[in-house]
Design a binder for this molecule. Structure first.
Ligand SMILES: Cc1ncc(COP(=O)(O)O)c(C=O)c1O
Length: 467
């Protein structure tokens, strides 16, 4: 495999120069600053899929040549994933699922807390690392510190208060709202001291920083790590949960059916060895091929290089954003070393949904706005009072009236041109120099420019009708 560099990663991105329509009838390249939601795909990922597909076959249940090739390829992908996060090949297994949400739900159902046990999580989590735990047991939420990261004193208190009963500490590696990187190895050491395991939701971390699970006998060892392929340049419907095989040998799998068993009679079922026990049904082999290739590429560049490139870019972006009149930035703004490349902000007297719409309509810049599936954290950052929260709820489904921000988020391939395009358009919005006339749809809370209905690519959307 050719050794890649940070600079060459830009050439790896599919669709980077695809022209998109903007207000006024012109076209320009899309400025992709929505990587925290999903990244675009690497070209080599597509090439790896194309190379594999002639050999595609169902895996594990066939003796045919292609089934054997596909099985070998599939098994190999698990090794790549394990290596990427520094898992122990003798003790850990890589379980595939659809995405982070699905895999956390699976783990929550698998873990169960029993009548006395608890799971500790934080108030900065994505809903996907909060609601599954609530569904399957008792959850203790700990707060955040003044910078927006986990409050380590509150964690110590909670571990002491529930000593002997904490089954798991479930924490984000990095926040999808502020980008704050939690000190996961420190959290792990505290968790282990009190007999608990740790799960790191690495959905926002793994594409931006090196993730190392560390040896099992290291106090800072990460027991479980989970992430999604679509946030790491492999958007092909796959996610991975890495954790100890011994854990999955206890009890019974969440999802049961073909592939998860080694013996079935009317009265008896013997579960297959993990990870197969956790993957009932036919697995997403193509997704696994895609994921492994994306990880190989990032591994060949080196995650340290990715991290330093993104850090330099978020510093550049933050410095420029500070100059925008009326802007408020959130999270650890003054300390780019403890965050990934996410810039959450609001503009005075301009709805977050309107800002995001103008960025797209007139600047061709793709960002995201809203609460980013982290409503509790969002309310805390925006200091929404309980009264205001109540009033907001009464305003029903008008999403623009809900507390929210705009979020620009970087990937390994973004450069200063992308940031300049974003800041340039943002400056115009702040100075009220945008050209369009925007109306809100009260049913959806989204904005639209009065006369702008861009056509979608005809081959993709019936008749190319715009929206
Ligand atoms: C921190 C975090 N956790 C979990 C998720 C859920 O990931 P997925 O939608 O791939 O299941 C996201 C998605 O944005 C996220 O940012």
């Amino acid at each position: 495999m050719t050794r890649r560099t940070i600079e060459s990663l830009r050439d790896e991105i599919i669709g980077l120069d695809e022209p998109i329509p903007i207000l006024g009838g012109k076209e320009q390249r899309y400025v992709f600053l929505d990587n925290a939601a999903s990244t675009p795909a690497f070209k080599s990922v597509l090439a790896a899929i194309a190379e594999f597909l002639p050999w595609y076959s169902g895996v594990h249940r066939g003796t045919g040549y292609k089934a054997r090739v596909a099985t070998a390829v599939f098994d190999e992908t698990r090794k790549v994933v394990a290596e990427f996060v520094g898992a122990d090949p003798r003790r850990d297994v890589v379980v595939y699922g659809a995405n982070t949400t699905g895999l956390i739900n699976m783990l929550a159902a698998r873990l169960g807390t029993g009548p006395d046990g608890v799971v500790i999580t934080t108030l900065m989590e994505h809903h996907s690392n909060d609601l599954p735990w609530r569904k399957h047991g008792k959850v203790v939420h700990i707060g955040t510190d003044s910078r927006g990261g986990v409050d380590m004193d509150a964690l110590r208190d909670a571990l002491a208060r529930h000593a002997g009963r904490v089954r798991l500490v479930a924490i984000s590696g990095a926040s999808n709202v502020t980008g704050f990187i939690n000190p996961v190895h420190e959290v792990a050491a505290l968790s282990h001291e009190s007999g608990a395991r740790i799960l790191v939701d690495a959905a926002q971390l793994v594409a931006h920083r090196p993730v190392r699970m560390r040896p099992h006998d290291d106090p800072g060892h990460l027991d479980f790590v989970v992430f999604s392929g679509h946030k790491i340049y492999a958007p092909f419907g796959i996610g991975a949960l890495i954790g100890p095989g011994a854990f999955f040998r206890e009890g019974s799998p969440t999802l049961v059916g073909g592939g998860a068993v080694s013996y079935v009679s009317l009265n008896e079922v013997e579960w297959a060895d993990p990870p197969h026990s956790e993957e009932a049904g036919s697995p997403n082999v193509t997704g696994a091929v895609a994921l492994a290739e994306a990880l190989r590429i990032l591994g060949s560049v080196g995650m340290d290089h990715v991290a330093s490139h993104e850090r330099e870019l978020i510093e550049y972006c933050t410095a420029g954003a500070r100059e925008i009149p009326g802007i408020t930035l959130y999270g650890p703004v003054d300390d780019p070393g403890i965050k990934v490349g996410v810039l959450p902000f609001t503009l005075a007297e301009t709805d977050h949904a309107l800002v995001a719409t103008i960025l797209s309509t007139e600047g061709g810049v793709g960002v995201r706005n809203g609460n980013f599936c982290a409503q509790i954290y969002m309310r805390g950052l925006l200091k929404v009072t309980p009264e205001a929260e109540k009033a907001n709820r009464a305003m029903s489904c008008d999403s623009a009236s809900l507390p929210g921000m705009v979020r620009a988020s970087l990937g390994c391939y973004n450069n200063r041109d992308d940031v300049d395009a974003f800041l340039g358009m943002l400056g115009k919005i702040a100075r009220r120099e945008y050209r369009g006339t925007y109306k809100i749809d009260p049913d959806t809370g989204s904005y639209r420019e009065e006369k702008f209905t861009p056509r979608f690519p005809a081959g993709l959307v019936r008749n190319g009708a715009g929206a």
